[in-house]
Design a protein around this ligand. Sequence first.
Ligand SMILES: Nc1nc2c(c(=O)[nH]1)N[C@H]1C(S)=C(S)[C@@H](COP(=O)(O)OP(=O)(O)OC[C@H]3O[C@@H](n4cnc5c(=O)[nH]c(N)nc54)[C@H](O)[C@@H]3O)O[C@H]1N2
Ligand SMILES: Nc1nc2c(c(=O)[nH]1)N[C@H]1C(S)=C(S)[C@@H](COP(=O)(O)OP(=O)(O)OC[C@H]3O[C@@H](n4cnc5c(=O)[nH]c(N)nc54)[C@H](O)[C@@H]3O)O[C@H]1N2
Ligand code: SF4
Ligand SMILES: [Mo]
Length: 725
Amino acid sequence: MTSDEQRTVHRGCNLCEASCGLTIEVRGSEVLSIRGDADDPMSQGYVCPKGIALQDLQTDPDRLRTPVRRRDDGTFEPIGWDEALDLVADGLTRIRDRDGGEAISFYLGNPITHGWAPVTLVPLLMDALDVKARYSAASVDQQPQHLLSYLLYGSPLLLPVPDIDRTDLLLVVGGNPVVSNGSIMTAPDMRRRISDLQGRGGRVVVVDPRRSETADVADEHIAIRPGTDVWLLAAMLTTLQEEGLVRPGRASGWVDGLQQVLDAVRPVTAERAAAVTGVPAETIRRLAVELGTARRAAVYGRLGVTQSVFGTPAYWLVHALNIATGRLDEVGGVMFSTPAFDLPVIGARTTDLIGYDRWRSRVRGIPEFSAELPVATLADEILTPGTGQLRALVLYAGNPVLSAPDGTRLEQALQDLELCVAVDYYVTESTRHAHVILPPTSPLERDEFDVVFPAVSVHNWVRWSPAAVPAPEGSMSDADILLALLARVWRRTPKTRRTAAVREKAFRGLFPKRFVDLGLRAGPHGARKGRSGLTLAKVMRAEHGLDLGPLVRQLPQRLMTERHRIPLAHPAVLADWPRVLAALEELEAGRSDGRDLLLIGRRHLRSNNSWMHNSARLTKGRNRFTVQMHPDDAAARGLADGDTAVISTDVGSIEVPVEVTDRLMPGVVSVPHGYGHDRAGTPTGWRHASSLGGASVNDITDTQRIDPLSGNAAVQAVPVTVSRA
Ligand SMILES: Nc1nc2c(c(=O)[nH]1)N[C@H]1C(S)=C(S)[C@@H](COP(=O)(O)OP(=O)(O)OC[C@H]3O[C@@H](n4cnc5c(=O)[nH]c(N)nc54)[C@H](O)[C@@H]3O)O[C@H]1N2
Ligand SMILES: Nc1nc2c(c(=O)[nH]1)N[C@H]1C(S)=C(S)[C@@H](COP(=O)(O)OP(=O)(O)OC[C@H]3O[C@@H](n4cnc5c(=O)[nH]c(N)nc54)[C@H](O)[C@@H]3O)O[C@H]1N2
Ligand code: SF4
Ligand SMILES: [Mo]
């Protein structure tokens, strides 16, 4: 084969959790076209505009191809890989040797979950550097879900997913999977799956303050006042008790404490919940009865539930409702997947990182979770002097200046660091403060094996994704960068100096293929002595990926808790419950902080958090950075479509173009996050994105608004005032 012969490559899209199969036509190193892989067992040809835009990421002239070092004037100059890696390893080990590992941390962005290398090797690098606490995008996202999975099921990654392809009733609370393509639920082409569900005679009900795109295709939309889901869910549980519909079925054999949970929620009646949620009491009761009596049903909650000051208690009730109605581990309910590479088990068995509240954060006393602290306190840890102050930070595939609460203060904190290192494709609002940026090869230039998302899939599958185009000469992948840094750190560490060379050689031999093969063989579908099954070779031969069948019942054996039991009335969660009841009383008393609207976020099919706005093809069409508001709320403030509104909180103000729409319930406004690429300071490397204008909604979100148990930032239901600019 000559290098300019046209070839077809099948691989996965790594931009979101749907993990669609792509069919990519290439010639040499040129990507000719990208389309959905019709033979992919999961996505069956489905692809969204972001997947197509991978082609633009590939050719984007603004994407960094060589390491860069920041000059004193804030601009960047290219440097060689060896020099860059030495600078980073020297700087990190110097700070560690002087101040200890506590002075160093990592912020891990969302894309790390889409690569085997960061998931596997970053923890090893942190260990080599004696890092005590890490931060990640999970604490502005799904941390309550991981915490509850750890507390109830024994591993942060044992996340039940709705068995959407076999259910009769899907209750979606605070998720918009038709746009987000599903989250903590790998289920490509949600429109088709929902329409199939309805074709079977089933129903989809969406609980959301905004009539979302998912609500548009659902059978029922229930508008809820933001931040009040915990009382809706509690009142549903209360109704189930009143109606004699608490029927846990098999689960009564391994669930402890259901009665305690039922007792705890009993003060929350449908009437009380109705007054604060805006959902009529009869609707709450009907929903509970439907859930209790449907043949098959699943409650699914996502960002609207978790990005809240009640993230953990509310999500706890999602579990409780599924358990109380006998839906956990039942076909058509919520089930655990059986991933070929069993990360929930491997992850929990191979590290000592996993645990909860073994120590607390230095400045605000927030409990650690699996050696992680919430990003809402990252700036505090950098800016507050004293023993244990953070002096060095590695920004790994993350843009927290736009994605974490109070981005302005976090940006100041980044500038205060003695050493800031980034591993990223771009000079972003965050990485522009790095002293060195190490850019990995693009997604299409690397072999990939997904170790995360098969663990949260609605159907079992496995796939090896070969690189679509060759990596440019002299480039480094995330894996190369991490292995090179690991080796350099080992060589600079007294206890590993002598073995560094041997270890490095062993690691290069192990990762990724041998490692993946071992994982596959050890997993539930693996080939073992006397049993045929999966090996890496077999997976690699299946160029469209392999269908490993529907989800299967696995409880209680799969539970990783003591004696395989579910401690539903976990003391840590129960201890937080009085706060939920007290807040209900506060709301009933009508106490208010003077801010009369509640701000929520939203996502769009043509936008991907903060980082795909540089694709002109993806962002084409109308401006999507608007504040959506109900006609009555707009009129009351003299605002019309296209006007500029000022949205204010105690943290700050932003200006946003107004979009009047009855999709929002009165009293609620919605602004997407991840915009504001032309913010003040040294320009980023994003030329097209900077031309889009807009502002970062996280310049007005508050680091003090967190779910106290998980530390998750409450970036939904933010009290704001809106006025004319
Ligand atoms: N107000 C508000 N804030 C939010 C949210 C919200 O709904 N509302 N959502 C939150 C959620 S759910 C999330 S997940 C976070 C996301 O927050 P972050 O993860 O901090 O931000 P991203 O925008 O995903 O930025 C990812 C960065 O990784 C780089 N990158 C992409 N792929 C790779 C790769 O393969 N390797 C490397 N090394 N780098 C890569 C990109 O260039 C980009 O700079 O934002 C959160 N913030
Ligand atoms: N196109 C696109 N897809 C994406 C992303 C993207 O940026 N663009 N980001 C990816 C990431 S990182 C994630 S985590 C997933 C997130 O996946 P989803 O959770 O499905 O994300 P959202 O679209 O933000 O949906 C949250 C919904 O909750 C509603 N909501 C807000 N506040 C409340 C509340 O208090 N109660 C209730 N009941 N609902 C509320 C919002 O109106 C919104 O419809 O999406 C992923 N997919
Ligand atoms: S839904 Fe779009 S972004 Fe997500 S995996 Fe599929 S093609 Fe990629
Ligand atoms: Mo996310």
